[in-house]
Design a protein. Structure first.
Ligand code: NAD
Ligand code: UDP
Length: 338
């Protein structure tokens, strides 16, 4: 299949391009590089020996996006492009609503115009309401999002649900990611946050390499096995493969379907720190600080629906997540732009 990947040079996008090419698909990528480097896709090309037509442009630029569809016979789209920093979304809500909603609206409009009606959307576990029992199932309650970023995912899901309802030719898969971590085993591509990392794993690895003094663990008094927050960390290569499985499903079904991409296992912040230190024989200086506003004590997926309907399960364990993160970090101490 010929797949248009928006946000293709980003963290999850670049790993997904690699898996798509490895599994015989062709890829066209669009990214404005607001949070990524062109080098990511150069390295995917290096790893696969294949070429990715790349367009540095904003998905919201309707005319330019239409030209991409005119130039390439696109079968389906994976829509990663979006802003994703939770804290920043609180201080810049307009930028987040504008970017994440407009890019989705423009994309769907252009897809319709070119008769392309198969879409995989990057959603997030953050759309689930905080008062659900664990593990989270696809029909668990959504809403009550604690920040504008979460609301943009919630709203995009609703827009896509309505589009699929209105036109029976559309096929939409909404993938709700849990906590993506790790990097490709080559150490050539990985997560490269532009500023101080918001997420746990890049903060751990930047602390281990000396770019950060110490990790602040947000809260030590949660009702969990060691008092620190529990999450469902998933290796980015497993996540990328989930998209390839979703495409197979997408081509054979219409309508809207939602899938969790997680492992079903919860690890605490201290579990992560200990696993990272043990796997890589490094020290991660850390201290316990106040809770971060909006954080839940525990969040993990029930991945059964994905296993049953997509035939997909995560195969990388915590040790692989830690080793692969460290290989990427130590080979690229300052990310792509070193
Ligand atoms: P990322 O920032 O590395 O990738 C997103 C890419 O989109 C970047 O390369 C950025 O330059 C590009 N982009 C943003 N706005 C654009 C626009 N208007 N036009 C063109 N390109 C644009 O983030 P990621 O971690 O790879 O996340 C990919 C998707 O998955 C995002 O939609 C994100 O919200 C979602 N997601 C991520 C996580 C996570 O923890 N990483 C969890 C759940 C969902
Ligand atoms: N966390 C932490 N210190 C950090 C970053 C994160 O203790 O510097 C904790 C956070 O409170 C949560 C877990 O690590 O319990 C995962 O946070 P992250 O921001 O990576 O993902 P989230 O699940 O919040 O989207």
């Amino acid at each position: 299949m010929n797949v248009l990947v928006t946000g293709g040079s980003g963290y999850i996008g670049s790993h997904t391009c690699l898996e798509l090419l490895n599994q015989g698909h062709t890829v066209v990528a669009v990214d404005n590089l607001c949070n990524s480097s062109r080098l990511a896709l150069d390295r995917v090309e290096q790893l696969t020996g294949k070429t990715i037509p790349f367009y540095q442009q904003d998905v919201r630029d309707e005319e330019k996006l239409s030209q991409v569809f005119a130039q390439h016979p696109i079968d389906c789209v994976i829509h990663f492009a979006g802003l994703k920093a939770v804290g920043e979304s609180v201080s810049k809500p307009l930028a987040y609503y504008s970017n994440n909603l407009d890019s989705t609206l423009v994309l769907c409009k252009v897809m319709n115009a070119h008769g392309v009606k198969r879409l995989v959307f990057s959603s997030s576990a953050t759309v689930y309401s905080g008062d659900n029992a664990m593990p989270l199932q696809e029909n668990s309650k959504i809403g009550n999002c604690s920040n504008p970023y979460g609301w943009t995912k919630y709203m995009c899901e609703q827009i896509l649900r309505d589009i699929a309802k209105a036109d029976p030719e559309w096929s939409v898969i909404q993938l709700r990611y849990f906590n993506p971590v790790g990097a490709h085993e080559s150490g050539l591509i990985g997560e490269d946050p532009k500023d101080i990392p918001n997420n746990l794993m890049p903060y751990i690895s930047q602390t281990a390499i000396g770019r950060r003094e110490q990790l602040s663990i947000f809260g030590g008094d949660y009702p969990t096995h060691d008092g620190t927050g529990v999450r469902d960390y998933i290796h980015v290569v497993d996540l990328a493969r989930g998209h390839v499985s979703a495409l197979d499903y997408l081509m054979n079904h219409t309508g809207e379907e939602i899938f969790n991409l997680g492992t079903g296992h919860g690890y605490s912040v201290l579990d992560m720190v200990n696993a990272f230190q043990q796997a890589n024989h490094v020290i991660v200086p850390h201290c316990i600080t106040d809770r971060r506003p909006g954080d839940l004590p525990t969040c993990y997926a029930d991945p059964e629906k994905s296993r049953e309907m997509l035939g997909w399960t995560a195969t990388h364990d915590l040790d692989a997540m830690c080793r692969d993160t460290w290989r990427w970090q130590s080979q690229n101490p300052n990310g792509y732009e070193a």
